[in-house]
Write a protein of this length. Structure first.
Length: 182
């Protein structure tokens, strides 16, 4: 715990945003998070909530209570789920975290989508989900690795778009497969 406190204290001298993913939750408890969050650190709670609308709304509100900077849901949860998540943040006003949605996981290909009954290409399906996300009033979307340029260009300045992290060209990592350079 002392090392964690020291690290958070040192990092207060810089503007730092950290991704807090499921793997972190196994090792760090609420007290550890509070120590880090009490510093100038900001957190992206990357848990990709995907459940019934009420459950997702409660999860997103709980994330907001932690004071995170950004939280995400799966766009494939649908319009009712994303709208419920957005509405759950209304009581937080200007203190609400950014709410973004993940479209198609970077590890998915046409075969994976076909298994789910989706006949669109991953890029087409991602664009459809991105438009749905925008229509639901979320703050942004994590774009699929290919074919998101047309949507990004027409999304407007208020709707944020981003990509998952990618390793250098020719390298593969543990996070997803296959990798593509942005």
């Amino acid at each position: 715990m002392t090392l964690l406190w020291l690290l958070s204290t040192v990092l207060t001298l810089a503007t730092v945003a950290l991704k807090w993913a499921k793997r972190c939750l196994r090792y760090l408890d609420r007290k550890s998070y509070a120590i880090c969050n009490s510093a100038v650190l900001t957190f992206f709670l990357d848990l990709k909530f995907h459940d019934i609308p009420n459950t997702t709304a409660h999860a997103v509100a709980a994330a907001a209570e932690l004071g995170v900077w950004m939280v995400n849901v799966h766009a494939s949860g649908g319009a009712r789920m994303m709208t419920a998540a957005r509405e759950a943040l209304l009581p937080f006003g200007s203190d609400a975290p950014l709410l973004i949605a993940v479209t198609v996981l970077t590890s998915m290909d046409e075969n994976d989508l076909r298994d789910l009954g989706v006949t669109l290409s991953p890029a087409e399906h991602a664009e459809r989900l991105a438009r749905l996300t925008q229509n639901c009033g979320l703050d942004g979307v994590v774009c699929f690795r290919a074919g998101s340029g047309a949507f990004q260009n027409g999304a407007g300045p208020e709707f944020q778009t981003g990509h998952a992290g990618y390793p250098p060209s020719g390298q593969r990592g543990w996070r997803s497969a296959p990798y593509y350079d942005p």
